[in-house]
Design a protein around this ligand. Structure first.
Ligand code: NAP
Length: 306
């Protein structure tokens, strides 16, 4: 394993992904904004660094897993960023979910310095990150993809080279439309079952055997039934993803009405101060739109305005 590997961003997703690279035997250097985030990695044998530039000095292949587009720009191109420490021939693999257009701009800046970039956002959530079973959607040059493929194998199962630079991020936008629309559909189904006095757990169980089955029904449906909205995938990050989808729709002149509706649910959720909860909490927005529940789960009729 000659390649030296770096990892920047050790949150819900980045920490288990970096641990999986270590477990697979890769020589790893890490950086996180809060030093305490690096402790589990240091305990497992990773070298810790003071800045993204410092990680880049110690790495041939470098992963970023931070939050939003501006964060990736800062970590790669900003002061103390990757671009200051990386040597020509190194590869930057951004696994955050960010703007496809900005991804292409960053890739061009890096190319001018002799550095390659892949965009490689993921789906599969925290559970997939821990289990090393993520779906990885890759944009960039095929030869660079092949170089990084052995590392992707430590992180995911379904690893698809989608196309050129930015194609991975476009694919992730497509993923988030389907995921968001399915969360809304599952939330409506569970609300209807509850309000009808029917056990939503039994409804979920029945639906999982038919055409309505999905991972969202399985995982997010269970969260809604248990009222367990610990993230998971934070609502503010899903809101950010739908902002990216909306930007693409605007740039391309596309009507994506479902995507716009999902964004409004997430705006309401974040507006209620629930941005740190899992995006399955969209259920709460629907519930609030429909009025409060009675003890047996049925709707309480609204008071007459007259
Ligand atoms: P998270 O738990 O909030 O972690 C993000 C990490 O990035 C944090 O540790 C944060 O540091 C760090 N970070 C953010 N901005 C930074 C900056 N400017 N400089 C240095 N570090 C910075 O989020 P996550 O759930 O791991 O998600 C990470 C990315 O994966 C996001 O783009 C998200 O959309 C995507 N994603 C998430 C999931 C999921 O289920 N969670 C699934 C697929 C994709 P601090 O801790 O100091 O704030």
């Amino acid at each position: 394993m000659a390649e030296r590997v770096g990892f920047i961003g050790l949150g819900i997703m980045g920490r288990p992904m970096a641990l999986n690279l270590l477990r697979a035997g890769w020589n790893l250097a890490v950086y996180a904004r809060r030093p305490e985030s690096m402790e589990p990695l240091a305990a497992a044998g990773a070298a810790t660094c003071d800045s993204p530039a410092d990680v880049a000095r110690h790495a041939d292949i470098l992963f970023t897993m931070v939050a939003d587009t501006a964060d990736v720009e800062q970590v790669i191109l900003g002061p103390g960023g990757v671009i200051e420490g990386a040597s020509p021939g190194a590869v930057l693999v951004d696994m955050s979910t960010i703007s496809p257009a900005v991804t292409r701009t960053i890739a061009a800046r890096l190319r001018a310095r002799g550095l390659a970039m892949l965009d490689a956002p993921v789906s599969g959530g925290e559970a997939g990150a821990i289990a090393g079973t993520l779906s990885i959607m890759v944009g960039g040059e095929a030869a660079v993809f092949e170089r990084v493929r052995p590392l992707f194998a430590a992180l995911g199962r379904n690893i698809v080279h989608v196309g050129g630079s930015g194609a991975g991020q476009v694919c992730k936008s497509c993923n988030q439309i389907v995921v968001g629309a399915t969360i809304v559909g599952v939330a409506e189904a569970i609300l209807l079952a509850r309000a009808s006095g029917v056990d939503p757990a039994r409804v979920r169980e029945a639906l999982l055997g038919g055409f309505a089955a999905s991972r969202i029904l399985e995982v997010h449906g269970q969260r809604m039934i248990d009222s367990d909205f610990a993230p998971g995938f934070k609502a503010r990050l899903h809101q950010k993803d739908m902002r990216i989808v909306g930007e693409s729709a605007l740039e391309l002149g596309l009507a994506l009405p479902s995507a716009a509706t999902i964004a409004q649910y997430l705006n309401a959720l974040v507006g209620q101060g629930l941005g740190e909860e899992d995006s399955a909490a969209i259920y709460k927005v629907l519930e609030a739109m429909s009025g409060s529940r009675s003890a047996h789960g049925g709707l309480v009729p609204a008071e007459s305005p007259c």
